[in-house]
Design a protein around this ligand. Sequence first.
Ligand code: FCB
Length: 462
Amino acid sequence: MRRRDLLTLAAAGAVAGPLLRSRAEAGPAAGLTFPAGFGWGAATSAYQIEGAVKEDGRGPSVWDVFAHEPGRIRNGDTGDVAADHYHRYRDDLDLMRDLGLTSYRFSVSWSRVLPTGRGTVNPKGLDFYHRLVDGLLARNIRPVVTLFHWDTPQALQDLGGWENRDCAKWFADYAHTMFSAFGDAVPIWLTLNEPKTVVDNGYTSGSHAPGKRDRRLANVVGHHLLLGHGLAVQALRATGARSRIGPALSLSPTYPANDTGAARRQAATADGEENRRWLDPLLLGRYPADWLAAQPADAPVRAAIKDGDLAVIAARNDIMGVNYYGATTVTGTGRRVMKHPTSQATWQEIYPDGLFDLLTRIKRDYGDIPLSITENGMATTNALRDEDRIAFLREHLAAAHRTIQAGVRLESYHLWSLMDNFEWAEGYTQRWGIVNVDFTTQRRTRKASADWYRSVIARNGL
Ligand code: FCB
């Protein structure tokens, strides 16, 4: 799936509401109990919820700059205030406790901790995350901390950002700062969130910060991101911490649109772009041969891959985070088509069974690595009675349960998202939260899905 660039295909897609609603009424498999200790979570990211972008010494990131450029974000929205989580985190922690969450995935704003991306630490920035982590631990909620959710410090972008190989090192230094500051208080670190989206949206379509449109450069960025991941894993090991670490990838099982050989071949190629291009280097220590062969002889990514890089990139991961938003369907000419219902986010091709296919495939092709669903969710338009979201979550959780039954080590589930937030280029027009946020008053109100999820957690199942 090509995230956020599928607007043209939207017209062809069905609408999720009616289909999912009728399935919800029928109720898929009831009485599914998850293993004891399964992690019930929700996810957010720094720029999408924190606000307070100029407070307490925080430096700007590429998203601050990008969002303020005219025409970049729907309605001219920015993350300046967002859900004001920086000031309201205590209430938000209580909200999480009341939902019964046992796991919370959030991201650290790199430029809050290191205002220029490297060098001197901003103690007030670090202190915010200490208060957040302590607040989670006090409520028996496991912190799952993402180090990079797309908000490269602008000072580093001015030096080329991820186009510059040095950025991998700067990232690892920042990661080391965090590991040293938090030690074992953070049980799980996630290095990168969805490097694919940075490549596709930040550097190819330009719909995300830093807004470049250069596919050749994009692949260099993709390589440097992976290198940064590997160096960060090494940095964690060097501290001797017992915390676990891994990436959070957006993955999408790919299917041929029909039964022809051409469609099957195109689906395999698309699988290279969607999945293997990330999974192979991270878990097997090599780029897929077909993906590499498809890069032109003079593609700069070839020169960017230096001897030894893949050994760094393939540093052993303890856990693999999977963000799952749906399937990818490909025709015999390589065109992506919508076969399943979509949502207000028209790049979504909603297919719960794809989650089973994807996770069992990871085990089959890459080994028995512990998995976490680090994001899964849909945008809905209705404020509080989000029955369509309940149906979506129910079906995906049923698929997750089947995956566990099939022997996959799936240990936790984080829905996206805890609360409505700044949805990147879509601003505040797409609402992904199980908690409604009134962005004028900042009042939080639980949607129907929040109450539903609370009961799922209480029962440890469906
Ligand atoms: C994912 C992002 C997350 C959010 C959801 C809807 O790609 O990681 O920040 O935007 O999509």
